[in-house]
Design a protein around this ligand. Structure first.
Ligand code: T46
Length: 178
């Protein structure tokens, strides 16, 4: 397992070890002791999510105001452009974002600590995403930042996206400061 730094100190990309043989391959996609040790994760993951998106679907940018969730994101099928935005007030990278391509073949994972908004766009006909969360879903405390907020300036690889009604009504990043 290789841990790769990103331009935001606490957001890490992971390349798990892949064991290929004549039958195919084997990967440990998560191992609590190793991930906690290498990523400094001090909370257990308590919920696994799995979503399927068709090409152009953009989910995000979401976060929970209370019971924030750290996430470990991976792609089971297809390709996504996965984005984490630092919304931790006082952080030296407040308002900065990291975007990485996670694919079924590169098997890369993204570790996103608490205090980040998360979103991704599906780049293949089908994109199946599985991610672990360190707290439970709390819809009453969920919020959304507009995916194309001009202050964030996220360079999404596609411009025409499919959004849920909820995501259409995403907040302006500057409104977060209130
Ligand atoms: C997130 C979630 C949703 N749901 C139900 C609620 C709705 O009936 C349905 C779809 O929910 P939503 O449209 O909020 O799903 P996404 O747009 O994929 O939301 C997720 O997108 C970004 C990428 C995230 O990182 C968050 O985990 C989450 O906000 O699943 C649940 O039952 N449990 C859950 O944990």
């Amino acid at each position: 397992m290789k841990v790769i730094d990103t331009k935001i100190a606490d957001v890490k990309m992971i390349e798990p070890s892949v064991f290929n043989d004549a039958r195919g391959y084997f990967v440990e996609t998560f191992q609590a002791d190793r991930y906690q040790r290498l990523l400094g994760i001090d909370k257990a993951f308590v919920q696994d999510n799995y979503s399927r998106s068709r090409k152009g679907v953009l989910r995000g940018l979401h976060y929970q105001k209370v019971n924030p969730q750290a996430k470990l994101v991976r792609v089971v099928k297809g390709t996504i452009f996965d984005v984490a935005v630092d919304i931790r007030k006082g952080s030296v990278t407040f308002g900065q974002w990291v975007g990485v391509e996670l694919t079924e073949t590169n098997m890369r994972q993204l570790y996103i600590p608490e205090g980040f908004a998360h979103g991704f766009v599906a780049l293949t006909e089908i994109a199946d995403v599985e991610y672990k969360c360190t707290d439970y879903y709390d819809p009453s405390n969920e919020a959304c930042i507009k995916w194309n907020d001009p202050e964030l300036g996220i360079t999404w690889p596609i411009k025409s996206v499919i959004l849920s009604d909820k995501d259409e009504k995403g907040l302006r990043f500057k409104d977060l400061l209130k």
